[in-house]
Design a protein. Structure first.
Length: 159
């Protein structure tokens, strides 16, 4: 069976996706942010040793930080390796950060990392302004997904 993958744009290589985020949250808006990393962390990301499973973003002292994003230590990094789950600063314009801060404080939104990718030689993080789903919303999303899958199967068998 062939696995369908999204078409990647020129110069963009997706390293990790947070599939759970689309199940747990309604993604209202998406933003691209740079991420402040050390050299051994970038080398480790190139090897694909990255997890966004429990990651979340927060704003502290006017800076946007990603927390609980796990980047495994680079095996040849010895003394230069950093803590795998340390908070990492995200690079965005101040007005964008303040806009996100206002939404999170007033409207009950969360900022969730959706994917990590290389854009040229730089590591970028796609973050989403998300609102949590209730259990019935999750069931409805699952039902819609199953219905779409059945329709696709029927169309494939027909043609």
């Amino acid at each position: 069976m062939e696995v369908s993958r999204p078409v990647e744009k020129a110069g963009i290589k997706v390293v990790a996706r947070n599939r759970e985020a689309y199940h747990e949250y309604f993604v209202e808006e998406e933003f691209e942010a740079g991420i402040e990393l050390f050299g051994t962390e970038v080398k480790s990301i190139r090897q694909g040793t990255l997890s966004l499973k429990d990651a979340w973003c927060g704003i502290k002292d006017g800076e946007l930080l990603v927390n609980q994003m796990h980047i495994s230590p680079y095996e040849k990094g010895n003394i230069f390796n950093k803590d795998p789950r340390r908070p990492r600063r995200l690079l965005m314009h101040k007005r964008e950060i303040m806009r996100l801060y206002g939404k999170v404080k007033q409207d009950g939104y969360s900022i969730i990392p959706l994917s990590v990718y290389f854009k040229g030689s730089r590591v970028k993080l796609n973050i989403g302004l998300c609102k949590g789903k209730k259990l019935y919303d999750k069931r409805q999303s699952a039902a819609e997904r199953d219905a779409k899958r059945q329709i696709d199967r029927a169309m494939k068998e027909r043609y």
